[in-house]
Design a protein around this ligand. Structure first.
Ligand code: CA
Length: 225
């Protein structure tokens, strides 16, 4: 895991950097908020550890700017004792967790692992397309607030389509992936399932999302395109 640490108190910064490095983390360390924002915007990190009171730019404004720019890197803010307002503000702005000084390095590492697991889990287990989502762990499918009940085969079909948004998939490809057979029995099974699925994921004036390309196959695509 590669971490960006921004902390202007050298004693604390050095202790955190050494502690994390000793546990196998790769740490970029800087003492200035402006430099921290620059690094966070140009490099790829698994998590940020941000002090709040910093020269150059304060930690809270870094959180705010990164989130405004749709940067979802996990962020832990570290606060001085007796700054409850900053903690709350930090979480409201989109920080994932906070630690109050002084803290044990093991506690920071435990929190880093936990925010990282959470963000990795979210990203891997839920597929999204517009307001349609499919959770691979719970197998829950939603369109906005509406829960959609799918059979296991319909769910497998939806997941296969959602993994390649915008790409045309032929009936043969769909058949091989979703039914796991290697020859097409020559029926219209795929068409029947796609039609059922399309009717379930789009009710009323909702955009159908699944498009038929006559003679070619199907694709799922954002209605915004
Ligand atoms: Ca500070």
């Amino acid at each position: 895991m590669k971490i960006l640490l921004v902390e202007d108190e050298r004693e604390i910064g050095g202790f955190v950097r050494d502690g994390l490095t000793g546990q196998g983390f790769v740490v970029d360390y800087c003492e200035n908020g402006r430099e921290g924002l620059e690094l966070a915007s140009t490099q790829s990190y698994d998590a940020l550890v941000l002090d709040i009171m910093l020269p150059g730019r304060d930690g809270l404004s870094i959180v705010k700017l990164l989130r405004q720019r749709q940067n979802n890197v996990p962020i832990i803010i570290i606060t001085a004792r007796g700054e409850p307002e900053e903690r709350i503000e930090g979480l409201n702005l989109g920080a994932d967790d906070y630690l109050a000084k002084p803290f044990y390095i093991d506690e920071l590492i435990a929190r880093l692992r936990s925010v990282w697991r959470r963000s990795a889990g979210d990203g891997l287990s839920v597929l999204h397309l517009d307001d349609l989502s499919a959770n691979l762990m719970t197998r829950e499918v939603r369109r906005g607030d509406r829960a959609i009940d799918l059979t296991p085969r319909e769910f497998a079909l939806l997941v296969y389509l959602m993994r390649s948004p915008g790409r045309v998939l032929t009936r043969t490809q769909i058949f091989e992936q979703v039914w796991d057979y290697h020859h097409n029995p020559g029926t219209n099974l795929v068409d029947v399932y796609v039609r059922k699925l399309r009717n379930k994921i789009a009710e009323g004036d909702e955009s159908p999302l699944i498009e038929t390309l006559r003679g070619v196959g199907y694709r799922i695509q954002s209605a915004a395109k």
